[in-house]
Design a protein around this ligand. Structure first.
Ligand code: NI
Length: 253
């Protein structure tokens, strides 16, 4: 199983992080994990984690919630971070019009600057898009050379098709196991085999039957099972294609 989006620097892992990561390392069903950053501090922590843990890789970037606090010179710092070993993407970056923790014009500016950086560095991007589908799509399509994934995809089938046509990947997590998530459950059925990714977004979004508890990468098995059910495929097939896709997108051998 390949977890394309996790946050093992989150404080909810502070009390037992090393033991948990040892257990995940020892789990032969886990192939790889991409840790997504939310700010400069988290980028530094996740680069250090990836250097110590064989299955872990890092994405560096400023989350839309933190856009207002990006600080001067953040692009220079990210450019420097991107040269570290096992940094495989810029992320998570994007727009969040649900919480609006940073003013929207600042979110858009910080997002755009990071898209330009990713293009310059030829790195894939991990997009956070919450209730900002139109602006996110317009922004990424301004840079046709860019490739990447919309994580925790929550848009319509129409939005999905625009992105799929332009080569983007879509990623799904525990939300597809929630009964009230009709939209992502139906969109997950139309994504071609070669564009599908899975993620936990841990410690958040534990799948049913663990909803409400702290999440970790081993719970991907519930997401694989639900995708297999929705798409009429075997769990083994879902596991094979999502692992191949993650390796291809993030350039992992
Ligand atoms: Ni995330």
């Amino acid at each position: 199983m390949f977890d394309s989006h996790a946050h093992y620097d989150d404080e909810r892992f502070d009390e037992d992080r090393e033991g948990l990561l040892d257990a995940i390392d020892a789990d032969d069903s886990m192939t790889g994990i991409i840790n997504a950053s939310v700010d400069i501090t988290s980028s530094e922590k996740l680069i250090a984690l990836a250097a110590l843990r064989k299955k872990h890789y890092a994405a560096v970037g400023i989350h839309p919630h933190e856009a207002e606090h990006a600080g001067s010179g953040y692009i220079e710092k990210l450019r420097e971070f991107a040269s570290a070993e096992k940094v495989v993407a810029i992320g998570e970056i994007g727009l969040d019009y649900h919480y609006d923790f940073s003013p929207r014009d600042i979110q858009r500016g910080v997002f755009e600057e990071q898209l330009i950086l990713a293009k310059e560095l030829s790195l894939p991007v991990i997009i956070h898009d919450r209730e900002a589908h139109q602006d996110c799509i317009e922004a990424v399509l301004r840079y046709p050379e860019l490739k990447g994934v919309f994580h925790s995809f929550s848009g319509s089938a129409e939005t999905a098709n625009i992105l799929l046509k332009r080569g983007w990947y879509l990623s799904f997590n525990g939300i597809i196991t929630f009964k009230n998530a009709a939209k992502p459950r139906s969109v997950a059925q139309i994504v071609p085999d070669d564009r599908l990714l899975i993620e936990t977004d841990c410690p958040y979004l534990s799948p049913v039957p663990l909803r409400g508890r702290r999440n970790d990468s081993r719970n991907l098995r519930y997401i694989e099972a639900e995708l297999a059910n929705l798409r009429g495929q075997t769990i083994e097939h879902i596991e094979k294609i999502t692992t191949e896709n993650a390796k291809r997108l993030f350039g992992i051998k």
